[in-house]
Design a binder for this molecule. Structure first.
Ligand code: E4P
Length: 216
């Protein structure tokens, strides 16, 4: 599973990039707004840090405006993936932009039927939101499982990006279900490293070694 970071924060991106395990970045208008810089500027800076797919989302909601905005965003850097909301105009814009060779990520997918439409439009990525479905009291991971099955049944090439992953368990379940990509906030990625037995084991190894050879 490819791992993307779900943040527009440059410090978080630099820290995680150093670990060598980040394959891309997803942003959305809320995450860009949090950093206080215009999207073109922020996304260009992100492209300088991470060499991988970088999703940049349009804020237009009408077909022609979405296409224009998408074309403009795609010119920022070769790694830009144009992110479009899963509304009628967004799916239509996806079909057109993909036809022009511009890769798209159709976001805000909450049911498998929506995901079927995205695959039929030829999107590069679909983004189903696991955590937000859980927030409604339902089981978000079922959507990932359903999409994996449906896309496999018909050989759709669209990659399933499990989004809104908020815990290590979410990440593990998404990987087990066969999501192509998982996008994680920095905090979730950081917590994937942790296990009390790893810390305890390392502590014991170092103490045993030091008893015989001393501290280096
Ligand atoms: C994905 O592209 C979204 O930016 C993100 O995963 C949403 O996560 P949230 O529901 O935790 O805000």
């Amino acid at each position: 599973m490819r791992i993307f970071l779900d943040t527009a924060n440059l410090e978080e991106l630099k820290k995680a990039a150093a670990w060598g395990i980040v394959d891309g970045v997803t942003t959305n208008p809320s995450l860009i707004a949090k950093e206080g810089k215009p999207i073109e500027e922020q996304v260009r800076a992100i492209c300088d840090i991470i060499d991988g797919d970088i999703s940049a989302e349009v804020v237009s909601t009408e077909f022609k405006a979405m296409v224009e905005e998408g074309r403009k965003l795609s010119k920022i850097h070769k790694n830009i993936i144009v992110k479009l909301p899963l509304i009628r105009d967004g799916v239509q814009a996806c079909k057109l932009l993909q036809g022009e060779g511009i890769r798209t990520n159709v976001t805000l997918c909450f049911q498998a039927g929506q995901g079927l439409l995205v695959a039929k439009a030829g999107a590069y990525i679909v983004s189903p939101f696991v955590g937000r479905i859980d927030d409604m009291g339902a089981e978000g991971m079922i959507l990932i499982q359903d999409l994996v099955q449906i896309y496999r049944n018909y050989g759709y090439k669209t990659q399933i990006l499990a989004a809104s992953l908020r815990s290590t368990n979410h990440v593990i379940q998404a990987a087990k279900a066969g999501a192509h990509i998982g996008t994680l906030p920095f905090k979730t990625l950081d917590s994937l490293f942790n296990h009390p037995l790893t810390e305890k084991g390392l502590d014991a190894f170092l103490k045993d070694y030091a008893k015989v050879f001393g501290n280096k």
